[in-house]
Ligand binder design. Sequence first.
Ligand SMILES: O=C(CO)COP(=O)(O)O
Length: 139
Amino acid sequence: MKIAFIAHDRKKEEIVNFVIAYEKVFVGHELYSTGTTGSRIMEQTNLSIHRFMSGPLGGDQQIGALVAQNEMDLIIFLRDPLMAQPHEPDIIALLRLCDVQGIPVATNVATAELLVKALERGDFAWRELVHKYKPELPL
Ligand SMILES: O=C(CO)COP(=O)(O)O
């Protein structure tokens, strides 16, 4: 599965600890992240992650482009609900596209944990069907 990790600055420690806790689950998947989040996770785990640009410089939009094509299977995006972000429109756009495509997205660690347990159990198998039957140019 293609999984993306994104976290705002005051949530970086939380996402790093979360990924460390579930490293064994994530190791078999294709991992993506925004720039700084990915650096922080790779510093503290043995995971290999494809890093896009930093969020404020367009990283959310780069991940959004894959979401728009229904390529991403799971997004873990620990947002900071108590601090305004300069790139708020990009954040809203990414979450909107997740809803357009029906892609599982966790915006807090409690939901992230439930989704990772589902991933571990094989509950994401339906995503393979999505990829198999995805039209070339969806309307
Ligand atoms: O700003 C972000 C998401 O909106 C995260 O970006 P970084 O991972 O580069 O800090």
